[in-house]
Ligand binder design. Structure first.
Ligand code: C2O
Ligand code: CU
Ligand code: CU
Length: 501
């Protein structure tokens, strides 16, 4: 009897051991660290500035989405891109300019192009209602009317955004203005002002694979970082200071950017423009869709590694399955033996006039959870919020569950009024269009919906974890003239396409 008991007990211990072992294996297999292991063998590609032509006073760009073959640095991979095999050129325009982008769809399926962070009419916004069929051209035009900022563009097709972005469709859109231009900041594109488009990928031969790990609730998390479509990149630096325009264009991964030697740098801008003053820090956290501009100083001859350390997702145990335990080497800055002088970062940057909650005509609450917002999944034919033109609103936003979400609003740049009732940290002291929502934290946002009333054309607000967006964590708002009723938007994106010109 005793022997049987012993045998049963040891079997139980063995089984328990297997379970614990499996758990430990899953737990550690869910962690990636590439710190110190990236060879930095490839020179960082710089997306070309998109050429433009003037048609009267209109600056006209051409973008053509198509499939191609791209070499990230380790052989050919089948990808999608704009005007090339992967990513797209950097569009650049000044505040006040009229722009038009002729978007050609050279893919075998419908897509759209959304101008993330841009204030513009909803019909030009490129969301799911502005679908562009294969072979068609869609030509949105608008007047750039917002402060200098690092914006971006990417497809936004209904329920298919994750796949289209992951295949490579994304690019930067830089807005310039006089206030930024008057500051002593590095601004020579590709020289001391560098676009840094960060994405995580997994490769299988010549294919990009959208992997979803065990227990993973956020969607694709790649094991390899690419910057501007370059694997293991290094950037030659010839100036004492360099400005990095960091864009998290990943589907799901958050990055806590810093340097391997923990050096400090100046955070000078966030999603919608420059901060009032530089913020000296050693870390900047970006969830999917967010941007930051930083200025970092280098010493002659040194190599400084931009590294992402485990991001502060705040989701507890499950962070590990959302990339929250990963350490990733991103980009090596290689300083030349002699560096050209760069002026110090100005102590004051730009005015960011504070919006006053006393001016708000309305407070709304948005709670992200499950696959939806406020309990409702995205529906193309339902308007979730009707906003009166030229009013200020306060939006209270939160997540109540232990999975990462980031909240993005089209049309406007907002300010963070408070975080759990307290003043926001310096990094949230400027214009934002996308915000990470750690669970159980209450954010109050404030925005002015200045113009572009159109009762029949909705803007989106959604989680920028692209799998969540695609699964329904998105809603629609329209901006209307006083007294106007919203029109029910059509079920499908059936707005007529502008003819090719
Ligand atoms: Cu960057 Cu609605 O998207
Ligand atoms: Cu957007
Ligand atoms: Cu989400």
């Amino acid at each position: 009897m005793r022997r049987v008991l012993t045998a049963v007990l040891s079997l139980a211990v063995l089984a328990g051991g297997v379970v614990v072992g499996l758990g430990t294996w899953l737990f550690s297999a869910a962690t990636v660290s590439t710190a110190g292991d990236v060879g930095f063998a490839n020179r960082l590609a710089i997306p070309p500035l998109a050429p433009s032509q003037m048609a009267g006073d209109r600056r006209v760009f051409d973008l053509r989405a198509a499939a191609g073959i791209h070499d990230f640095g380790d052989g050919p991979v089948r990808t999608w891109g704009f005007n090339g095999a992967y990513l797209g050129p950097t569009l650049r325009a000044a505040r006040g300019e009229q722009v038009e982008v002729r978007v050609h769809n050279g893919l075998a399926e419908s897509t759209s192009v959304h101008w993330h962070g841009m204030h513009l009419p909803a019909r030009m916004d490129g969301g799911p209602h502005q679908s562009v069929a294969p072979g068609q051209v869609w030509s949105p035009a608008w007047r750039v009317d917002q402060p200098a900022a690092t914006l971006w563009y990417h497809p936004h097709p209904h329920e298919e955004t994750a796949r289209h972005v992951y295949q490579g469709l994304a690019g930067m859109f830089i807005v310039d203005d006089g206030a930024e231009g008057a500051l002593a900041l590095p601004r020579r594109y590709g020289v001391d002002d560098i676009p840094v488009i960060v994405q995580d990928k997994s490769f299988d031969g010549d294919r990009l694979v959208a992997g979803n790990g065990f227990l993973n609730s956020v969607g694709t998390l790649g094991d390899t970082v690419v910057v501007n479509g370059t694997l293991a990149p290094y950037l030659p630096v010839r100036t004492e200071r360099v400005r990095l325009r960091l864009l998290n264009a990943s589907n799901a991964r958050g990055y806590d950017f810093g340097f391997a030697d923990d050096r400090e740098f100046a955070l000078i801008g966030t999603d919608g423009g420059l901060l009032p003053a530089p913020h000296t820090t050693g870390r900047v956290f970006l969830s999917p869709g967010e941007r930051a501009e930083i200025v970092v100083a280098v010493r002659p001859g040194e190599r400084a590694v931009l590294r992402s350390t485990p991001p502060p997702l705040g989701v507890g145990f499950s962070a590990r399955f959302a990339g929250g335990a990963d350490t990733l080497d991103i980009l090596e800055l290689r300083a030349a033996g002699t560096l050209a002088a760069s002026p110090p970062v100005p102590a004051r940057l730009v005015d960011v006039p504070r919006l006053d909650p006393a001016d708000a005509v309305r407070t709304r609450t948005f709670r992200l959870g499950g696959t939806n917002i406020n309990g409702r999944d995205m529906a193309l034919d339902r308007v979730d919020a009707v906003v009166r033109k030229d009013t200020v609103e306060v939006w209270q936003v939160s997540s109540r569950e232990g999975t990462p979400h980031s909240f993005h609003v089209h049309d406007v740049q907002f300010q963070v009024l408070s975080v759990d009732g307290r003043r926001p940290p310096a990094a949230l002291g400027g214009w934002k269009d996308t915000l990470y929502l750690p669970p159980e934290v209450d954010f109050a946002l404030i925005a002015r919906f200045a113009d572009h009333a159109d009762p029949a054309a909705p803007y989106m607000f959604h989680c920028h974890v692209l799998r969540h967006e695609d699964r329904g964590m998105m809603g629609q708002f329209v901006v209307v003239e006083p007294g106007q009723e919203p029109a029910i938007p059509p079920r499908e994106g059936t707005h007529p396409h502008h003819p090719p010109r």
